[in-house]
Design a protein around this ligand. Structure first.
Ligand code: PLP
Length: 435
């Protein structure tokens, strides 16, 4: 469910006609729907209400400070994975007690930054990391909480590059090792190991892998408690799916139906539950708008060459992921039936195309072999479900300034990140300094 829809052959976001918007902001541009962000957040909170979870929005999915503020105003905490994201969370006014800090490679400087900020939890990925954070906390005469990231060895059935909960990944430690971890570090006075963290991968299109992982974690927690370790929090991570294709993802309520009963006893015994959603909140809340520059045929292939590409949305080439692409303005016969977004769309007069960008890489494509209505030079296209892992992964490769980000709120449109300029590209290079 989102607030991008075709009316009379034109694409609207909430109360704004996107073709009209482009007259003022130009292309390429990321456009976000505030109502969609808030609806997703609220639905998730409602679905899991019985657990009264702390919802730590994953900043890495879509980190614009203005978006983080919207969610923080709804009560969200934040899941950060770097000092830069921690800074973003602070800029958005998120109380640091509601922040978790994950990531396998935290530097000493980032650790001090997080201790100074009084971060809610460090999510710990290895013994070496625990020892380092504990030593830094001791030197700073500070106390911090730690959640051990446990790798429950379940297969989330997602892309290899986004699978994180199987045995052989760089993330977390397996269950046997987790018991030894507590024996070694469970009584540290400065870094209190009192929580367990899971994050099995993403996107995970069914509740089942969560059920398996949570069962294993709860069993482990019971055993650790028997040994006298206090564990008061279970963070079940993120990874709920998004509708890249219509109807692809179960509603939050379906995940909750399986997960909530499992965690209720833990909650009733005073345990706290943390969720770390990113994609499921952000993906369908954003589109990338681009214009057709040229049409080119090569052999039997038709290429639609656009003014955006892998430098703005790398997911298709990095993860083989599908993004529905459709013109912002179409003949009535080419309006997607019931707003359906899918790879195989059944309408007359479509043409099979590759949608490619201007970057000097053959991996620079947003779609391959995709059926599209006939398009012409200058026409605007919308790349859907681009709110998560879109702009945050954009690069300057080939010296393209990054696109602006625009937030739609009803009939109002606000540029929440300006379009970068050529000056922005070279500015950090203008003052060479001897070292
Ligand atoms: C990326 C990440 C998330 C968010 O994943 P989504 O699929 O966007 O929900 C949550 N927790 C951790 C530790 C992550 O690395």
């Amino acid at each position: 469910m989102d607030h991008f829809e075709y009316r009379d052959g034109q694409l609207w976001c909430e109360g704004v006609n996107l073709d009209d918007l482009l007259d003022s902001v130009g292309t390429p541009a990321y456009v976000y729907s505030r109502r969609t962000f808030e609806d997703h957040y609220d639905r998730l909170a409602q679905a899991f209400a019985e657990l009264d979870p702390l919802i730590c929005y994953s900043i890495k999915s879509c980190g614009n400070v203005n978006i983080c503020k919207l969610l923080a105003n709804r009560g969200a905490g934040m899941d950060v994975v770097s000092g830069g994201e921690l800074y973003r969370a602070q800029q958005a006014g998120v109380p640091m007690a509601k922040a978790v800090y994950a990531g396998v490679g935290k530097t000493d400087q980032e650790i001090r930054q997080a201790i100074d900020a009084k971060i809610g939890w460090f999510n710990i990925e290895s013994e070496a990391e625990f020892e380092n954070i504990a030593a830094i906390a001791k030197r700073m005469d500070a106390k911090a909480n730690a959640a051990l990231r446990v790798n429950p060895d379940v297969d989330p059935k997602t892309h290899a590059k986004t699978t994180t909960g199987k045995k052989e990944t760089k993330f977390g430690v397996d269950i046997e090792r987790a018991h030894r971890f507590f024996e070694a570090y469970g009584k540290d006075p400065h870094l209190k190991l009192n929580a367990i963290h899971l994050h099995i991968g993403s996107p995970v299109y069914s509740p089942q892998p969560y059920v398996e992982a949570i069962r294993k974690a709860l069993d482990m927690i019971a055993k650790l408690r028997d040994k006298g370790y206090e564990i008061n929090t279970l963070d079940i991570g993120g990874g709920f799916g998004a509708d890249y294709e219509s109807g692809q993802t179960p509603p939050f309520a379906d995940y909750a139906k399986q997960i909530v009963p499992l965690l209720k006893p833990f909650k009733e015994q005073g345990g706290g539950v943390i969720l770390e959603p990113g994609r499921s909140v952000a993906a369908n809340a954003g589109v990338l708008l681009t214009r057709v520059q040229y049409i080119k045929t090569g052999g039997s292939k038709k290429f639609v060459i656009i003014d955006s590409g892998m430098h703005h949305l790398i997911r298709p080439t990095l993860y083989d992921s599908f993004h529905f692409i459709w013109p912002t303005r179409v003949a009535p016969m080419h309006q997607p039936p019931q707003g359906q977004r899918s790879e195989k769309i059944d309408l007359p007069g479509l043409e099979t195309c590759d949608v490619v960008g201007p970057i000097c890489e053959s991996g620079d494509y947003l779609a391959k072999g995709r059926a599209l209505p006939p398009v012409t030079r200058g026409q605007a296209l919308a790349v859907f479900s681009a709110g998560a892992y879109g702009m945050v992964m954009a690069s300057h490769y080939n010296a393209y300034p990054k696109p602006p980000e625009v937030l739609i709120e009803g009939k109002k449109a606000t540029v929440i990140r300006r379009r970068e300029t050529y000056e922005d590209l070279v500015e950090p290079e203008l003052h060479p300094q001897p070292v």
